[in-house]
Write a protein that binds this ligand. Structure first.
Ligand code: FES
Length: 151
C-alpha cells in the first residue's frame, strides 16, 4: 500500500483536526501553494500524511513571524509526498533563526529609540532617531539633505 492510497490519504477534515487548524486554513495554505492535495474520482480533496508535518512547520514559522512567502519559498523544493525530515527542519530553522536575530536586534533598537522620544514628540527628520535611523542624513554629508528630494 502506498501513502497516496485511499487507506492512508487524509480528508481535509482529518488534516484540520490532526494539525489543529481550521478547515479554511488548510484550504488557505493549499491556495498559497504551501501544501498540495488531489481530488478523488468523487471530487473530494485528499492529502498525503506528510501534510501534517508541513503544516506543523508552517505554524511554527508563522508563530516566529516568518512571512508566509518566505515559508513557501523554503518548502517549495520539498516533495509533497515525503514527510519532511529532521535535516529539512534543521535547515529551515537555521535560516529563520538568523532572520529572527536580525528582527530582535532591530526591535530592540526601535524600543530604545522610542524610549528616548517619550515626552519629546518632535518627530524631527534631522534629530529624531525614529525618523532618521542611524543618522542617515548626517552620513550624507553637511548641509541640507532634503533640498530637491522628492517628497
Ligand atoms: S520625537 Fe523627538 S527625538 Fe524622537
Amino acid at each position: 500500500m502506498n501513502d497516496n492510497s485511499p487507506k492512508t490519504a487524509l480528508t481535509v477534515g482529518e488534516v484540520a483536526k490532526r494539525s489543529g487548524v481550521a478547515v479554511s486554513t488548510v484550504h488557505f495554505y493549499e491556495a498559497r501553494s504551501l501544501i498540495k492535495g488531489w481530488r478523488t474520482e468523487g471530487n473530494q480533496r485528499r492529502y498525503h500524511r506528510s501534510v501534517l508535518r508541513r503544516i506543523a512547520i508552517i505554524r511554527v514559522a508563522l508563530l516566529a513571524g516568518v512571512p508566509l512567502a518566505t515559508v513557501r519559498d523554503a518548502l517549495i523544493d520539498l516533495p509533497h509526498d515525503r514527510v519532511p525530515t529532521k535535516a529539512d527542519w534543521a535547515r529551515f530553522a537555521k535560516a529563520w533563526r538568523d532572520m529572527l536575530e536580525q528582527r530582535i536586534f532591530n526591535l530592540t533598537q526601535l524600543r530604545d529609540q522610542i524610549t528616548s522620544c517619550i515626552g519629546c514628540g518632535c518627530l524631527s527628520l534631522e534629530e529624531c532617531p525614529l525618523r532618521n535611523p542611524d543618522d542617515e542624513l548626517g552620513r550624507a554629508g553637511p548641509g541640507p539633505r532634503r533640498l530637491g528630494a522628492k517628497p
